[in-house]
Design a protein around this ligand. Sequence first.
Ligand SMILES: O=C(O)c1cc(=O)[nH]c(=O)n1[C@@H]1O[C@H](COP(=O)(O)O)[C@@H](O)[C@H]1O
Length: 230
Amino acid sequence: MTSQTFDSFILKHQIIGFFDEAITLKSGRESHFYVNWRQATNDAFLLNQLTDFIRDFLLQNNLAFDSLIGVPEGASKTAVITAMKIAQASPTFAKGSHIIPMGRAKPKQHGAPQDKYFIGQPKGRTVVLEDTITTGLSLVEFLHSLQSSGVEVVAALGLTDRMETRDDGRSVAQYVHDEFDGRIQYLTMSDATKLLPQAIRSEQPSDGVVSALLQEFERYGVKPLDLEAL
Ligand SMILES: O=C(O)c1cc(=O)[nH]c(=O)n1[C@@H]1O[C@H](COP(=O)(O)O)[C@@H](O)[C@H]1O
């Protein structure tokens, strides 16, 4: 798998959409584009391809880990299926060899303490999967809750980083580094500054949308959007 083949998958299946009217993001920011991974995760055929990409990416990056968990609930399904594929491909696959963890979006109010935040708690070195990352807040909140449950997180992996800075000017990569003293590796499989010029070429949004996107990146971008990269 190369980043180009993953970018082509995103573009081919229209995971990125453009909007004439700005939409409000989770952070309260407004944007004329949205990276909608549900386009792929609600479709069995595409989810099968997506989880192959993630498995290959994890292998290629030589990450040593024991558990994979998605940020609940958006990335949960994707992480469960990827974790299952990784377990099945392992030469040690047997009863008790791997676990399939999953986080709860809302803590459970009754039952055993280990069931409060998880339907299966991660064990060992853990990789956290997020779908789209804007300010990184959803990801970092989940990383903190894993840490407070005693989970050893070694890496955080995003399917797409929108490449925005936070209100304090830091990139998400820097934010994750600072929050966890560099102990959690931050990786992304795709980057909006590379995807958007190609998506603009194929989807042909209006001139108004294109100039709004350029302004968005002037204001929030880790770097300006370079449409000459077309
Ligand atoms: O709301 C968003 O920022 C967002 C933008 C986008 O293009 N795609 C997208 O899925 N999101 C959602 O926003 C969350 C990440 O926002 P942050 O917490 O700001 O990083 C993701 O978990 C998604 O639910």
